[in-house]
Design a protein around this ligand. Structure first.
Ligand SMILES: [Zn+2]
Length: 365
């Protein structure tokens, strides 16, 4: 089952069983994003067919659209932050999933490498070769998606679809929050006020820590203040002002700094803000590694911790306990037919989480 087979353009509905469409709409990267009519996926042995209820635009999706990451084997369907219902299975074990509401890991565990045996399949040594929406396997910005049974995680009752689509970034935020040493309240700084920065901030605040946020969008101030979190604006390069000279954000005063900025300047702010023997959690993916002076790691005995993903069952459990109000992070919900507009909206500076709902008929919610 190659992406080419799966996403080959079909102009008319193929003859199939009565009343059962064999094609579907999908947001396809080819290599630019486009809305296409494609063949409906047929689950292979060990996979289930999922009817997609909601799919969020992720940071990875935007990186692929912008060409910051590329897997070249176009065309393929984008998206992995989805929630859907299992409608068809191929094995006896898979049959027990039918009718259940699920999300899925990006890739199935290989069950051989150490990270997978350790329950951390997001670090699987097979890399992204089996990751959905990343070039080799079709993603979920579509009406249906085929997913390996071993990737599935059931969404518990009490967790709405709009909450469940946050499970992936929330898993990372929970991992990051796990790096705080000592009982709350600890002084923590989050650099970056995009989705990941805000999510991490809410989780740290809910854990009882004293969180400050450094960001570029003054519009976040109100959203954070409602939760009692202070926000400091950062000037853009070339503008006047030293962000770290203010009273709220003081140099070398934070035991933990989480960098979600995605910019080298953000990392430099994090370095400046962390106290000696403090810790920086890096959640940004930097595409360049030139010019970084990492001597401070040894000179000040700072841990630099990378976080890439986390346990989805833990995420869902966290959502079920309603520890944070995640819904204000939803920016807009688009019908699948407006999938390209959804990608554009998500790429707009300052936008929050953008969702795509295959069943919606039109109009932005
Ligand atoms: Zn593995």
């Amino acid at each position: 089952m190659t992406p080419h087979e799966e996403t080959s353009k079909v102009t008319s509905v193929a003859s199939g069983r009565p009343g059962r469409l064999r094609t579907m709409q999908a947001v396809v990267l080819d290599p630019k994003p486009q809305l296409a009519t494609v063949r409906r996926p047929r689950p292979a042995e060990g996979e289930v067919l999922v009817k997609v209820r909601l799919c969020a635009v992720s940071r990875s999706d935007l990186d692929l659209v912008r060409g910051r990451r590329s897997f070249r084997n176009h065309p393929y369907i984008l998206g992995h932050e989805f929630v859907g219902e299992v409608v068809e299975a191929t094995t006896e074990g898979g049959a027990s999933w039918v009718g259940r509401r699920v999300i899925a890991y990006l890739n199935p565990p290989c069950n051989r490498c150490l990270p997978c045996r350790d329950g951390r399949s997001w670090l699987c040594e097979t890399g992204l070769s089996h990751a959905m929406g990343m070039g080799s396997v079709d993603g979920a910005m579509s009406e249906w998606v085929a997913v390996p049974e071993s990737s599935l995680v059931e969404v518990p009752e009490g967790v709405d679809d709009e909450e469940a689509v946050f499970a992936h970034p929330l898993a990372s935020a929970l991992e990051a929050a796990g790096w705080v040493d000592g009982a709350p309240p600890q002084r923590v700084l989050v650099v970056g006020d995009g989705n990941m920065g805000l999510l991490t901030t809410l989780v740290l605040h809910a854990a009882g820590h004293t969180v400050s946020v450094l960001g570029r969008h003054p519009s976040r101030r109100e959203l954070l203040w409602r939760s009692g979190i202070s926000f400091s604006g950062v000037t853009r390069p070339g503008e006047q002002g030293n962000e770290l000279s203010g009273s709220k954000v003081t140099a070398e005063s934070y035991s933990l700094v989480v960098d979600c900025s995605g910019h080298r300047s953000g990392f430099e702010l994090a370095v400046n803000a962390v106290r000696p023997r403090g810790r920086i959690v890096l959640m940004s993916r930097y595409s360049e590694d030139d010019g970084f002076d990492l001597r401070f790691l040894t000179e000040r005995e700072i841990d630099l911790v990378g976080v890439k993903g986390g346990r989805l069952d833990r995420s869902l459990d966290y959502l079920q306990r309603k520890r944070i109000d995640i819904l204000p992070l939803v920016d807009a919900t688009y019908p699948l037919l407006d999938g390209l507009a959804a990608l554009e909206r998500a790429a707009t500076r300052g936008s929050l989480k953008v969702l795509i709902r295959p069943s919606a008929q039109g109009g932005v919610a």
